[in-house]
Design a protein around this ligand. Structure first.
Ligand SMILES: C[S@@+](CC[C@H](N)C(=O)[O-])C[C@H]1O[C@@H](n2cnc3c(N)ncnc32)[C@H](O)[C@@H]1O
Length: 415
């Protein structure tokens, strides 16, 4: 894939990520299903049904806390295979008063391949396409619609939005604070100076002369280096040699999610209705630095090797999402808290114990215990610690479950 432009020189890390991930012809997400043991990575909803069920329970607690709005929309950003939504919908079947309020499910997905996986996961009916969106009907009779961008999803009813491992795929810009001010770190390419023999001498092409991508700091300022690091007091006072990553695209989504909540005002709910739940990896408070990574075959790889063949992601800057949502979206923000704590507050221990009791074989019981531990484990770089959960809710409403606002169930630990 040719992704730098010889007429314009190096491109931003954000432009590089966008091309690698969502280029309409050869982007990583566009033509393949990267999930599972055969794929490049595994996500929490793919590890266990408990994850989607508990996200579903959280949505119901929010709906109840907000006076049970009569018509609601479920939105998921980057639904992958559709597993999380499938498990949420299954959980909703035990709560008819809630499930009967769902007017539609709107999935925001860039990949045509994954849209088809989601359609197969959620619907028996075939999909139809109009100019505006692809649509089908879920097995539970709820209309399902696909969009390429959250801004295309109608804003006419209360929405409950889930973004699981979505923000980490959004493009980031990198900057370095030099003696001369902030400079953007760009992606450039060059032919390797140290030549690696590829074939026997005498053959026409005996050295690896494939251009290699690498990072380079621009020696001059650009509009984004003036605007990006100047955009927040968090960056302004950082010392020389500091590096930062910022994701204006993520801020835009966070603002849109928040406005969808604060704009849904009713006389009974003067600060709005609906919520958004963001689950992803990244620091709860600090600014991400040098976190761009490639993931292939369940291993970290260079983000610059074979562009378009590895997943690229970067840590989510939860504090920046919080600032944008509070200041520009006028909502209350809760967290980020660690996934392990959040799942415990939602009752994962009790749910795992119940599922383990339903298993008829030792292998079945062992599988449930392993899934539970994988989701909540905190030691080292385990998922229960590195994944964080953040919620946006209407201002002035009660603190949500999982963020200090009470627990669902007694949390017996599974062996
Ligand atoms: C890491 S996967 C997570 C999938 C799923 N949420 C899960 O946890 O299993 C990222 C998802 O976001 C989608 N995606 C990535 N960038 C996107 C964009 N700019 N717009 C819409 N969808 C995007 C991908 O196609 C994929 O479905």
């Amino acid at each position: 894939m040719l992704i730098t432009d010889q007429t314009t020189g190096p491109i931003s890390v954000a432009a590089y990520m966008r091309q690698c991930l969502t280029n309409p012809e050869s982007g990583y997400y566009i033509n393949k299903d990267p999930f599972g043991t055969e794929g490049d990575f595994i996500t929490s909803p793919e590890i266990s049904q408990m994850f989607g069920e508990l996200v579903g329970v959280w949505v119901i607690t929010q709906w109840m806390a907000q006076g049970r709005p009569p018509n609601i929309r479920l939105i998921e950003l980057g639904p992958g295979r559709g597993t999380l939504m499938r498990d949420m919908l299954k959980a909703f079947q035990s709560f008819p008063p809630f499930k009967n309020t769902i007017v539609d499910i709107c999935l925001v997905e860039a990949s045509p391949t994954l849209r088809m996986s989601q359609q197969r996961m959620l619907c028996d009916a075939a999909a139809t396409e109009t100019e505006e969106f692809m649509s089908s009907t879920s097995r539970y009779g709820i209309p399902v619609k696909w969009y390429g961008n959250l801004k295309e999803v109608p804003r006419d009813v209360t929405s409950f939005t889930i973004a699981h491992e979505f923000f980490d795929a959004l493009p980031i810009h990198q900057f370095e604070h030099t003696q001369n001010g902030w400079r953007e770190v760009m992606v450039d390419y060059s032919v390797p100076q140290e030549k690696t023999p590829l074939s026997l001498p005498g053959q026409t092409r005996s050295f690896d002369e494939t251009p290699k991508f690498h990072l380079t700091v621009l020696p001059y300022s650009t509009p984004s280096s003036k605007i990006g690091p100047e955009s927040s007091p968090r960056y302004k006072n950082l010392s020389v040699n500091s590096k930062i990553e910022i994701s204006p695209e993520s801020w835009d989504v966070a603002k849109e999610l928040a406005l969808r909540i604060s704009e849904q005002k009713t006389p009974q709910a003067p600060t709005g209705t609906g919520s958004a739940l963001v689950i992803d990896y990244g620091p709860a408070e600090t600014i991400p630095v040098n976190t761009l990574r490639g993931i292939k075959g369940h291993h970290f790889v260079s983000p610059f090797e074979e562009p378009g063949t590895a997943d690229l992601s970067a840590d989510v800057d939860f504090t920046s999402l919080k600032l944008v949502a509070e200041e520009e979206g006028h909502v209350a923000v809760h967290g980020a808290v660690e996934q392990g704590d959040w799942l415990h507050a939602l009752g994962i221990g009790a749910r795992a114990t119940m599922l383990a009791h339903q298993q008829t074989t030792p292998e079945g019981k062992d599988r449930i215990a392993k899934e539970y531990h994988r989701l909540v484990e905190r030691s080292g770089g385990a998922m229960g610690k590195i994944y964080k959960v953040m919620a946006f809710t209407p201002r002035g409403t009660q603190t949500p479950v999982g963020f200090g606002g009470g627990v669902i169930d007694s949390d017996e630990d599974v062996d």
